[in-house]
Each structure stands twice: as structure tokens, then as C-alpha cells.
Design a protein around this ligand. Structure first.
Ligand SMILES: Nc1ncnc2c1ncn2[C@@H]1O[C@H](COP(=O)(O)OP(=O)(O)OP(=O)(O)O)[C@@H](O)[C@H]1O
Ligand SMILES: [Mg+2]
Length: 468
């Protein structure tokens, strides 16, 4: 049911407008002036604002501006006894949806409001269809016929229609984000936003503002107010990626938001109501982190209402064939060429490999090989699966240099420097992760980089909000 904010200093006018719109099935909240309306709008978003122009504490156009700052898509209808051409032009230029002159017949208001609601509906329908197209073109499809995948699909179908918080766990690259998107797409929130935030990608203070937003002047550099991802995901789904990395003080704040459904921007005291479905993901053993005192137990139980474990690729090798075909088809579509095949030798190599980087690693391997292969078929030499084990036992700068020389001598000619560097980097990261038993902090230490740097690298092609 659309939620409307009706603003007029005249109590009678508010009552009449309210009655007309309520009889059309809208939920109506009334405000007696600009200040009250601003407060109501900041506290919880509306689908439409119907406002008088001249009021003792301000005018409708300035209210329009402040509403748009919170929600740039909200339609605002001006109802005014001073409907001059100048005002109408001004209002439309500033983004008003329409101007209705007073006195009005109920039909005039109804028509405009219904048109505005229809437009909003269309925008959301569009968003939903875009999601469907993404799925139909295969880029968001969950591929695999193994019993593990069937179980996963069953879980997704059962949990999607509910508002339950989901905790997705699994090694890196297993498809956790894809599962989260699938849940959103199959839920009643499908037409609304799906917002992803990487909790490992920001230092603590920035993460707080990323999550909850900030007011102007809240900290150095905050030269304008900004909404956080909770507000951006209002009525939709918020995906908290790498939730296990969240610093303890923020965990406490997150818990509060989950308990009362209100966020407070950094530098503000005014709570804002948000209706957000939370899906969290982690590639850590969160229960172990709880035992180690690094993750709040109460937050863990809030998040893990429905736990979903995504199995590693090596424990469902029967999916390899269909995944390989799927990624070959995706590359072929991008290249506008016929999909390549893989040689039996490559198939055997893939089946024997244990994929520490899981499906993301497989996807990268296939894409690279399909682009680099010269013949119609991908051959073993197009698929550098053994690079991960290069130069065993190397230690110390001398040996390291010698190891690198040997590695380089073994590379085919000509080669592409950026993609080769990427392969080498990926291999080194993989080796460190394996040696560290999958613990990112330890792998980062072994590689001599910060944990957030490693987390960023692991994301590969960045998506959503890149770290600032
Ligand atoms: N079952 C699947 N079918 C097709 N593609 C998949 C499947 N699972 C994962 N992928 C693809 O593999 C890549 C990695 O998936 P995703 O980003 O969801 O992994 P993740 O578990 O979130 O990884 P990380 O822990 O590193 O964040 C993506 O390109 C995704 O499209
Ligand atoms: Mg992910």
C-alpha cells in the first residue's frame, strides 16, 4: 500500500486531502508544516508527498528540495492557491511531479496521485525485469545439477518469501553473493534495491558511515549529508558481505539496528526507520570467532536465523562439466563467437584440481583460456593450473629471484604482461591462502600486505561500492 505524506497548515485542507487519498486505498500521514514534514520524511521514507506551497514555516518548494535530498526519486505534488505559470514552471524545473491549483475537485487530486504512484510502480517493475533479464542471460544463474546444488535451490526457495535473516557461509568464490541475489530475486522485495556492502573493505569509521550514513560536518571531509546502505536498501535487501570482519564496536551498533529497525546517521541523534531484509555472508568460521571473542554471540544468533552453507567446488565435482559449459557460453556471448570446447586432457586436469578459489577461480581460468586459446579447442597449455605450486621451498630474496627466473623461463611467448601478472598474483594469493588454512589475516601476513588490501584483491573485479 503506497504511503503518502500530506502537508498543509490548514487542518481542514489536510482532512479533505487525507480523506480523498485514503478512500483510494493509500496510507496517509499528515504534517502541519514544512518542519514537521521534514522530520516525518527523514524518519521514514514515503512513496509520495502532496504539499501546500505557502505555509507559515516555509514553502512547498523548499520541502521538495529537502525530500529529494533524502530520496531523489520521490514524486512531490504541489497543491496551491497561487498556481501561476511562473510557479508551475519553477516547480517542474525543480523536479515536482505536478502542480494542482486550489480549489480542486477530488478527481483532479486523485488523477495526479494515481499517475505518480503508477510511475513509481513502473520504475520498480523495471528494476524487477532487469533482474529477470540478468538471470535469463545467464549471468546470475545458479548452475549445477549436483545433490548439493539441489539442496541449495530448495533452501533458497523456502527462505526467499520470508523476511528471515540469512547467514550464508562458504569458502571464497563458492557463490555466496549469487545465492544472496537469488534469494532477493525470488522474494517479494525483488522490485526494490539489492545493496551489497563489503564489511572488510573499509576502516572502522568509514564502515560506520557507509552502513548508517552521516550528517554534514560529522567528521573532516563530510561536506554533505549522505545516506548509508541501510537507508539505500529500504524496503529491499541489504547484503552484508564478509560480516565476520566487522569490528566489535560496530557489531554492537548493528545489533541495535537489527533489534529496533532504526538507524542513526553519524553526527546525528535522529533515528530513521528502515525496513530492510538482511543477508550476511562470511568465509570464516563465525562460531569459532564467537568462541574467540571476536564476534558477538547475540549478533551471531540474530544473523544466523537461517544458516545456509555453500559447499566448496571440490566437494561437488559433478557440477564441473555444466559450470565449464556455462562459462564458455558466457565468454562466447561476450566475444560474439561460437563457444569453444575443452580437450579431454583439460577436463581431466580440471577434475583433478582442488580449486582453492572455487567457482570464481574456475570462471577466471575458463575466461582467460577461452580468450587466449588459438585453436578451436582449449588445450592443456592454455590452462596454467600448476602455476599455484611453482617454486616450492623458495625462501629468501636470492632463492625468490631464482624461482621467479625459472617461472618466467617456463612461460609461453608472446605473453600479455597485465594478464600474466594477474595470474601470478592470483597464484601467490592462492598459495598463501592454502598455507594459511583459508584464514585471510594470516594469508595477508604471509604476503606482507594488509588484510583489507588482500580482501580487495580477492574481490577481483570490484562490484557495487568500491573502497574509497
Ligand atoms: N552455481 C553457480 N553457477 C554459476 N556461476 C556461479 C555459481 N556460483 C558462483 N558462480 C560465479 O562465481 C563467481 C563467484 O561467485 P560469488 O561472488 O557469489 O562468490 P562468493 O562466495 O561471494 O565469493 P567471496 O567469498 O570471495 O566473496 C561469480 O562470478 C559467480 O557468478
Ligand atoms: Mg562475495
Amino acid at each position: 500500500m503506497p504511503r503518502l505524506l500530506v502537508v498543509d497548515d490548514e487542518p481542514n485542507m489536510r482532512r479533505i486531502l487525507g480523506a480523498i487519498l485514503q478512500s483510494d486505498g493509500h496510507e496517509v500521514v499528515e504534517a502541519a508544516g514544512v518542519v514537521e514534514a521534514r522530520r516525518a520524511f527523514a524518519a521514514s521514507p514515503f512513496d509520495l508527498v502532496v504539499t501546500d506551497q505557502r505555509m507559515p514555516d516555509g514553502d512547498g518548494l523548499s520541502l521538495l528540495a529537502s525530500c529529494r535530498e533524502v530520496d531523489p526519486t520521490v514524486p512531490v505534488v504541489l497543491v496551491t492557491a497561487y498556481a501561476t505559470v511562473e510557479l508551475a514552471v519553477d516547480a517542474m524545473r525543480q523536479g515536482a511531479f505536478d502542480v494542482v491549483p486550489k480549489p480542486f475537485v477530488p478527481e483532479a487530486v486523485r488523477a495526479v496521485v494515481n499517475r505518480a504512484c503508477e510511475r513509481t510502480e513502473l520504475l520498480r517493475e523495471n528494476e524487477r525485469l532487469r533482474g529477470q533479464v540478468r538471470r535469463l542471460t545467464g549471468s546470475e544463474e545458479l548452475v549445477g545439477g549436483s545433490p548439493e546444488m539441489a539442496r541449495l535451490r530448495g533452501l533458497i526457495a523456502r527462505v526467499a518469501p520470508t523476511n528471515a535473516t540469512v547467514l550464508i557461509s562458504g569458502e571464497t568464490g563458492t557463490g555466496k553473493e549469487l545465492v544472496a541475489r537469488a534469494i532477493h530475486a525470488a522474494s517479494a522485495r525483488a522490485g526494490r534495491a539489492f545493496v551489497a556492502v563489503n564489511c572488510a573493505g573499509f576502516p572502522e569509521t568509514l564502515l560506520e558511515s557507509e552502513l548508517f550514513g552521516h550528517e554534514r560536518g560529522a567528521f573532516t571531509g563530510a561536506d554533505r549529508p549522505r545516506q548509508g546502505v541501510f537507508e539505500a536498501a529500504h524496503l529491499g535487501t541489504l547484503f552484508l558481505d564478509e560480516a565476520g570482519e566487522m569490528p566489535l564496536p560496530l557489531q554492537a551498533k548493528l545489533l541495535r539496528v537489527l533489534m529496533n529497525g532504526e538507524v542513526v546517521r553519524v553526527g546525528s541523534t535522529a533515528p530513521r526507520h528502515v525496513d530492510v531484509r538482511i543477508i550476511a555472508a562470511t568465509n570464516r568460521d563465525l562460531e569459532q570467532r564467537v568462541r574467540d571473542g571476536l564476534f558477538r554471540e547475540d549478533l551471531y544468533y540474530r544473523l544466523a536465523v537461517v544458516p545456509i552453507a555453500v559447499p566448496p567446488l571440490r566437494s561437488r565435482r559433478s557440477d564441473l562439466g555444466s559450470l565449464v559449459d556455462h562459462f564458455l557460453a558466457l565468454v562466447a556471448r561476450d566475444l560474439k563467437a561460437a563457444p569453444r570446447a575443452v580437450s579431454p586432457e583439460v577436463k581431466a586436469k580440471l577434475l583433478a584440481y582442488d580449486f582453492p578459489g572455487n567457482i570464481r577461480e574456475l570462471r577466471n581460468l575458463i575466461e582467460r583460456a577461452a580468450i587466449l586459446a588459438v585453436g578451436p579447442r582449449i588445450e592443456a597449455e592454455d590452462m596454467p593450473l600448476t602455476a599455484a605450486g611453482a617454486a616450492p621451498g623458495a625462501s629468501g630474496p636470492g632463492q625468490e629471484a631464482a624461482g621467479v627466473e625459472r617461472l618466467v623461463a617456463g612461460l609461453p611467448d608472446p605473453l600479455d604482461l597485465p594478464s600474466t601478472m594477474e595470474t601470478v598474483e592470483a597464484a601467490l594469493i592462492r598459495r598463501a591462502l592454502t598455507a594459511a588454512g583459508g584464514v585471510q589475516a594470516e594469508a595477508a601476513r604471509r604476503l606482507g600486505v594488509s588484510r583489507s588490501h588482500l580482501a580487495y584483491k580477492l574481490k577481483g573485479r570490484a562490484r557495487g561500492t568500491p573502497p574509497r
